[in-house]
Design a protein. Sequence first.
Length: 127
Amino acid sequence: MGLQASVIIPVYNGAETIAACIDSALKQDFKSRYEVIVVDDGSTDQTGEIVEGFGRKVKLISQKNRGPAAARNAGARAAKGEFIVFMDDDCQADKNWLAEMLWPFESPEVVGVQGRYKNRQREIVAR
């Protein structure tokens, strides 16, 4: 049985946020198989070492800094899943996030989805 989804997380200097992000991606209540790919876009902090700490649960791609679009594209090229889902390194996904993102594709009329997010801060604009 193949992978249904590839969760791609591009990151640049995300040492403060990447562990919680990966934890939430790995703890999805999702019945099908999926992979988590982190693309380190030339971080100069401890991001790479933190990601390596997750071992084989996460595929790490390291590249020179080329920007978030290039990091997303590198992750998409490495993806093995039927669906590609992007997640930012400063996000933490609800345990049902992946299932909620993919169930609309049960309809042949759906070609893409976008999720909403909740700001954990009380300010209107996140810093």
